[in-house]
Design a protein around this ligand. Structure first.
Ligand code: DC
Length: 220
C-alpha cells in the first residue's frame, strides 16, 4: 500500500516549496495538483473555449504529468507547458475555471491514480477533503494574506513589470475568495487535518514541523 500525504491550503502559503523539501527528505513523489488546473486553464485560453463549451471540450485536452529526475513536468499533448502556466493571468483563470465541476471530474482520476501507485505528497485545495479522503496524513498549511503577499512580492520584485504589493495582495484575497466559496470542492481544512500556520515560520521550520507530524502519524 502506498503512503499518501495531503497538503492543502491557500495560494502562496508555501505549499509547493515546503512539500518539495519534505518529499526530497522522505523519498516520496511530490505532486503539485495546481499545475493540472493551470494546464486546463491554458488549454481553455489558448483555444478560446467559452464556459458553456468547456465540459464537451475537455476530452480533447490531453493533460498529463511526467516525473523527470523526480521533478514534475506537466504536458498538454506532447508539449511541456510547465513554464507557460506560471503567469498571473493563468493563476486567475485557473482559480476561475477550477470551480467548474466538469474540470474537477476530468482531473480527479489522474490524481487518484498517481496516489494509488506511489508514495506521494500531494498538494492542492481539496486533496484531504475530496481526492484522498483516506490519506495517511493531512496537513492544512496556511499563513496570513499579508505575509503571503509579502513573500510573493519578494520573489517577483527583481523581475521586469513586477506588480506592486497592493496588487499582489488583492489577487491573493480574490483567489482565496474564489477557492473558498465555490460550491464544488471548496478550499477548507479537513476535519482530521493538522493546521500548520507558517506566518512566523521559516521554510526550514515549516518543513521540519511537517516531517515531525508525518513521523508521528505514520509511526516512523
Ligand atoms: O496551487 P496553485 O496556485 O498553482 O493552483 C491554481 C488554482 O487551481 C487555484 O487557484 C485553485 C485551483 N486548484 C484547485 O481548485 N484544486 C486543487 N487541488 C489545486 C488547485
Amino acid at each position: 500500500m502506498s503512503i499518501n500525504i495531503a497538503i492543502d491550503g491557500p495560494a502562496g502559503a508555501g505549499k509547493s516549496t515546503i512539500a518539495k523539501m519534505v518529499s526530497a527528505q522522505l523519498g516520496y513523489i511530490y505532486v503539485d495538483t495546481g499545475a493540472l488546473y493551470r494546464t486546463i486553464a491554458l488549454f481553455i485560453k489558448e483555444n478560446n473555449i467559452s464556459d458553456n463549451d468547456i465540459p464537451s471540450s475537455l476530452k480533447n485536452a490531453d493533460v498529463s504529468l511526467k516525473f523527470i529526475d523526480g521533478t514534475q513536468r506537466v504536458f498538454l499533448g506532447d508539449r511541456d507547458v510547465s513554464g507557460l502556466i506560471r503567469t498571473p493571468e493563468i493563476s486567475m483563470e485557473a482559480s476561475r475555471t477550477s470551480a467548474i465541476p466538469a474540470v474537477r471530474e476530468y482531473l480527479f482520476g489522474t490524481q487518484q491514480k498517481i496516489a494509488k501507485e506511489n508514495n506521494v505528497i500531494m498538494d492542492g485545495r481539496d486533496i484531504g477533503t475530496v481526492v484522498l479522503p483516506h490519506a495517511d496524513v493531512k496537513i492544512f498549511l496556511t499563513a496570513s494574506a499579508e505575509e503571503r503577499a509579502n513573500r510573493r512580492y519578494k520573489e517577483l520584485m527583481e523581475k521586469p513589470n513586477c506588480p506592486c504589493y497592493e496588487e499582489i495582495l488583492s489577487d491573493i484575497v480574490e483567489r482565496d475568495r474564489n477557492d473558498m466559496n465555490r460550491p464544488v470542492a471548496p478550499l477548507k481544512q479537513a476535519d482530521d487535518a493538522v493546521l500548520v500556520d507558517t506566518t512566523n515560520l521559516t521554510l526550514e521550520q515549516s518543513a521540519n514541523e511537517i516531517i515531525r507530524i508525518i513521523n508521528e502519524k505514520t509511526g516512523r
